[in-house]
Design a protein around this ligand. Structure first.
Ligand SMILES: [Fe+2]
Ligand SMILES: [Fe+2]
Length: 382
């Protein structure tokens, strides 16, 4: 689609699925675009309107205009949700509550409220996520919204909202992206958006373990998520949902990247461990399979070199070893996968390195004994 046609489309709200509207703003020249969403819930006793992440004054004229096109008046707003307390989410909250939407309540976690309370909004207008452990249900409505904690993504009190009937998950900054080129202005993400998502997360997310935890919460949701609607960048749907969830689980961000300052000796020791794992993988999986799994993974290729047959880690060594283990073992049955993972743990211990963060694989037939190395036979003469 031509850029002008695309921009013209963004003048209006976009209905993403029944009763869910994108009411954000797009411009040609900004690196960070904010998304707000409006959910319309039909009830026997009248319609409820919920605004997700109201946004900043920069976007208010456009996004509130779109909300008014849908609801008729901002006065009809029933609930505003706040993923966390950043200015790109809450700066319009006081004016909305005090002036335009006198009946609206606002939902956030207690940790977020402790900070948002400094805006002076009255406590009686606030509802806490912690009071709704089983989600939000509305009298006379069939729709249900689950509340999914996503701690440290990127604030400790962040949470996602799952519209179960539409299978759309509103994730705040998680899965948000910066707009690096005009293709990324499209409302729906393509493969090209990953680069902007990766960059945004490297800057604003604290560490891989927070991302992994959040992805685990998301992948447990039933029915499975079909659309991810973040507060920045493009909306993810179709096969990219599973693909980007998998990549997010492996992404190293924030404090993880500080290990880049490591000295040469330490990097050499990690390279030694990586080569020991690779040799074991060649024996178990076959040389061709082991090498192709590593070399087909662009994230790993970014961080390693091959010196003849020897693998050399250039940066983020613990992350490289963890990513290697994931891509070597994810298609293997637990017994095979665990042989390599345990080899990695023992190898790190032998060389005085911290153990990689990995999950051992399990199936229903696996016992604890299966995971232990074989006990040497004392009667053996060898
Ligand atoms: Fe934020
Ligand atoms: Fe944000």
């Amino acid at each position: 689609m031509k850029m002008d046609e695309l921009m013209a489309d963004y003048e209006l709200p976009v209905e993403l699925c029944p009763g869910v509207f994108w009411v954000g703003r797009r411009t040609k020249d900004e690196l960070l675009h904010c998304n707000s969403y409006l959910i319309e819930i039909e009830r026997d006793v009248g319609t409820l309107y919920i605004l997700i992440d109201p946004g900043s004054p920069m976007d208010f004229r456009v996004s509130s205009g779109k909300v008014v096109q849908i609801m008729g008046s901002l006065e009809r707003l029933s609930l505003i949700t706040i993923n966390h307390q950043d200015p790109d989410i809450i700066l319009t909250l006081p004016v909305l509550l005090n002036r335009f939407s006198p009946n609206a309540l606002v939902l956030m976690t207690e940790n977020t409220w402790r900070l948002v309370s400094h805006t002076g909004i009255p406590k009686k207008r606030v509802r806490l996520v912690e009071q709704f452990q089983s989600g939000l249900r509305f009298k006379g409505a069939k729709r249900e919204l689950k509340l999914v904690p996503t701690p440290f993504c990127h604030f400790t009190g962040a949470f996602a909202i799952y519209d179960v009937s539409n299978r759309i998950l509103f994730t705040g900054d998680l899965f948000g992206g910066v707009t690096l080129n005009p293709h990324m202005l499209e409302l729906y993400a393509t493969e090209q958006n990953w680069q902007g998502i990766k960059m945004f997360h490297e800057l604003y997310m604290p560490c891989n373990s927070a991302l992994r935890h959040a992805v685990e919460q998301i992948t447990r949701l039933e029915p499975p998520v079909e659309i991810i609607a973040p507060q920045h960048g493009s909306i993810i749907k179709g096969r990219l949902v599973r693909e980007f969830l998998n990549r997010m689980k492996r992404l190293y961000v924030g404090a993880d990247l500080l290990t880049d300052q490591m000295d040469k000796t330490m990097l050499d020791t990690w390279s030694m461990v990586a080569n020991e794992i690779l040799e074991e993988a060649k024996q178990i999986l076959g040389t061709d399979v082991a090498i192709s799994r590593l070399t087909e993974n662009e994230d790993i290729l970014d961080m390693i070199d091959f010196d003849n047959e020897r693998l050399v880690i250039g940066k983020f060594p613990k992350q490289v070893v963890e990513s290697m283990l994931l891509c070597l073992t994810e298609k293997e049955v637990p017994q095979i996968a665990n042989m390599l993972k345990i080899k990695a743990i023992l190898s790190c211990e032998l060389h005085g390195l911290p153990a990689p963060t990995i999950d051992l694989s399990y199936d229903t037939d696996t016992t604890c004994e299966d995971l232990l190395p074989p006990v040497p036979d004392r009667n053996s003469k060898d």
